[in-house]
Design a binder for this molecule. Sequence first.
Ligand code: GLN
Length: 533
Amino acid sequence: MKKKYVFITGGVVSSLGKGITSASLALLLKSRGYRVFMQKLDPYLNIDPGTMSPFQHGEVFVTDDGAETDLDLGHYERFAGVTCTKASNFTSGRIYSAVLARERAGGYLGRTVQVVPHITDEIKNAIRSAGEHDCDIVLCEIGGVSGDIESLPFLEAARQFRFEAGSENTCFVHLTLVPYLKAAGELKTKPSQHSVGQLRNIGIIPDILVCRTEMDIPEEHLEKLALFCNVKRECVIEEKDVTESVYAVPRELRKQGLDEQVLKQLHLDIWPIKHTVWDTLVRKATRPKRHCKVALVGKYMAIRDAYKSIYEALQHAGMAHDCKVEVSPIEAEDLKIANLREADAILVPGGFGSRGVEGKIAAIRYAREKKIPFLGICLGMQCTVIEFARDVLGWKDANSTEFDQGTAHPVIDLMDEQKGVSAKGGTMRLGSYPCSLKKGSLASKLYRSASIAERHRHRYEFAAGGPFRDALEKAGLEVTGLSPDGKLVEVVELKNHPYFIAAQFHPEFKSRPTAPHPLFAGLVGAALKGKTK
Ligand code: GLN
């Protein structure tokens, strides 16, 4: 079968949920028996989002193969269960840097290097590299909004791609907004007409229009959109806000026939859908019988997207226990212990830099002493070690050399492989690494396995071979997860505590609504148990 490509563009405004719409479409196509691969093209000039602040960009999602990527890839993996790779996210910066490196190497000798055709050729190569994966259909989401100057080369490349691959092998889906004007009491179609007009100017005629809306769009408006945007009526799809759970979006899009229209456009058979698991999931997400409160103590609490996968993983864990997990975001910098009193569990996530570290350490001490279920992730694990060293062993100056170079007790230190690395982009310990779990440990019980693989993103570590490990272990901080060579500590935990575990890796990236992550499910389970006591 020839590879098929679906391009998803956006119009009118950003933040319409293009990532969730693309991921939902991927799930629907998959449930119809097709193998899908997903890709996101981002117009900004950073090579990847790895060096951007969460304030700017939200969470950096890490793939198995060690790419630092856009958080939409998290939706792709969670909804469609696809494993994203380095080919799943290209930025303009990455495209330009490849072209410029080739120019310096003499790859274009004698020629003028230009946006068209050289940048657009490189973009088409990137799209084709997605098609080299084991799949029938590639879904390619183009970041930004039609009319943006910076996304033009991507749109031009997509236009050329269709010209070369044939319209029966490509499908353009345009996500647009149909706003409701309260004062006029009306839904407006004009912004959508304009945004499709902008795409037409550059030679793209969308096959399908997905209309984000707060309320039902009357039939006459849908017909108007079809006529003025040059899209068949059955290809104008309404995507109304869902209030219950984002995991209800695929079901709503299926009701509207989005997947059928895409398959028709691609000249593919419309096989019957197998979808039962997801329907049950939505029910579980919407009407949970139980409730618990998890305090999330971090640094970017005003920005939910900064901890996207953590929020999602907590929701999945809730689904596993028929429990609504209410997250209380707490700024570590302004932590007041009183704010933790209501928490049934405490989670300290990953992070960089010293702001808020002392608050995180105080929250961990509270969880340890008051026997509140606790999960520490990456920096959260490092803070766990620091807290224990300070309070249990009395090494008052214990710290990570990330925050205090002069401490006599550097319980967390730069990894050997990081010494001498000064470049910041893509240089951390990134991606999936194996880890061996100690027999009988909480970790091995939760995972029901002695060997696991999880994703990493860090420079510092609790050195297994370092001088402090023995003393910390003797005092009760148990090392239960190690890299197979025994050199890196991946998991620590406490006995005599209902649930106290911290990991150097990021379990949140691998949690799925259909397969909640054991460390998160364990946390929520322990929180519920603590409540009934
Ligand atoms: N800043 C710490 C390190 O680089 C932790 C990183 C993280 O939490 N992702 O090791």
